[in-house]
Ligand binder design. Structure first.
Ligand code: SF4
Ligand code: SF4
Length: 390
């Protein structure tokens, strides 16, 4: 599989990552833990073990949440190990079936994605989409797209609008635009080819496709202006282009990328006086914000002055959404979500909160219907911030 031997060698099998791994927590199986997966990779790479069905199962059930990385005292780069492994499995046709590849292709064609999303939303309304797939209620209408206030050559920032984020949570783009307007920060939108970051393709082991899409995205936002992203999964992907493409240009591009909360927290002095609601709000950290970008603190910096923040007590354990994971592994994803919901139940009991925030469309859609049944509405942190504008 041509895995980096140095990276594989770094694991000292201490097991400190195990409590942070959602698949280990719900199954108790060593093979479905980071340590077990690394041992299986070593068996194939170093001891000539075959790539059999068990091996594929161990790798395909990883949510790629990377909760194991911050917990690891040896600094094992698990994210790149599992990604390389999945590339090898996809190349051998052991992962990412044709129907999934076809579905991922749609993400590159925004009009087709918008149409498909509306059809899926209609199918949901008449009960044709199984609930066990964990897809939240998709919008039948998404409202107007945001209009840029800056042009490429002189804009203060670029606003990356993405594919699924624009199809499912376009209102959050309008909230982001309202906050930027209030701060007098101009924004431009990506040009041609900048519609999809390729994160789900990289997750699925489709490295070449992800690399091509990364090059298109880079070309769609030229210059030196910072790039703001309000979907945690997309932000993590754009920040990883340097590693994905291995070029100096890609590394320089990645250095311009900010999760939107990071950028707004740095420039918080430009915010007008906000209206405090004092509402209790549960904060759910998407793994790609907390474990990968390590940029979950700015969400709290921005919201603390206007709401009462309520923390979950599960140390940022994954919710089970994991890009397409809830569709590919619905049973495990459901069990992982049940653990997360138990943490929500404790937070609701403590605080009486009726709102939760999550900065990733996959996570909020995965949690939405279960939390609605508990009287909790899931919103994006920027929507809550925009509500507090004068
Ligand atoms: S914490 Fe790091 S070194 Fe320890 S078992 Fe997990 S991956 Fe290996
Ligand atoms: S990435 Fe997440 S699911 Fe995969 S081994 Fe690490 S903690 Fe477990």
């Amino acid at each position: 599989m041509s895995l980096d031997p140095e990276a594989l060698n770094t694991c000292v099998a201490c097991g400190l990552c195990l409590p942070h791994c959602p698949t280990f927590r719900v199954t108790g199986e060593e093979a479905l833990s980071p340590r077990g997966r690394i041992d299986a990779m070593r068996s194939v790479e170093w001891r000539g073990a075959p790539i059999d069905d068990d091996f594929v199962h161990f790798m395909s059930t990883c949510v790629q949440c990377r909760g194991c990385e911050p917990a690891c005292p040896s600094g094992v780069p698990f994210g790149s190990l599992i990604e390389q492994t999945r590339v090898a499995l996809a190349e051998q046709g052991r992962l990412t079936p044709r129907w999934q590849r076809a579905g991922l292709e749609v993400l590159r064609h925004h009009r087709a994605l918008l149409t498909g999303s509306t059809l899926l939303a209609a199918a949901q309304r008449i009960g044709l989409v199984p609930r066990r797939l964990g897809i939240g209620t998709l919008p039948l209408r998404r409202g107007p797209a945001v209009a840029p206030t800056g042009i490429a050559a002189t804009t203060d920032v670029w606003l990356f609008t993405g594919c699924v984020m624009d199809a499912w949570q376009r209102g959050t783009h309008r909230s982001t635009a309202a906050v930027l307007d209030a701060m007098e920060i101009s924004y431009a939108l990506p040009g041609s080819g900048g519609g999809c970051c390729g994160a789900l393709h990289a997750h699925a082991g489709l490295h070449d496709r992800a690399a091509t899409m990364a090059r298109h995205v880079m070309g769609s936002m030229p210059g030196r202006a910072p790039i703001l992203v309000n979907s945690a999964g997309c932000g993590a992907a754009l920040k990883d282009y340097g590693r994905l493409l291995g070029t100096r240009e890609a590394a320089a591009f990645a250095d311009r990328v900010y999760d939107v909360h990071e950028y707004l927290a740095i420039h918080a002095a430009r915010l007008p006086e906000l209206r405090s609601s004092g509402l209790a709000v549960i904060v759910q950290d998407p793994c790609h914000l907390r474990h990968v970008q390590r940029a979950h603190a700015p969400v709290r910096t921005l919201l603390a002055p206007i709401v009462e923040l309520v923390e979950l007590d599960d140390a940022g354990l994954c919710c089970g959404a994991g890009g397409a994971y809830s569709v590919m592994e619905p049973e495990l994803a459901g069990e992982i979500r049940d653990r997360k919901l138990a943490a929500f139940d404790r937070a609701i009991e403590r605080s009486g909160a009726s709102v939760a925030v999550s900065a990733n469309p996959g996570c909020s859609m995965h949690l939405e219907s279960a939390l609605a049944g508990r009287g909790v509405q899931v919103r994006h942190p920027i929507d809550v911030l925009a509500d507090a504008l004068p």
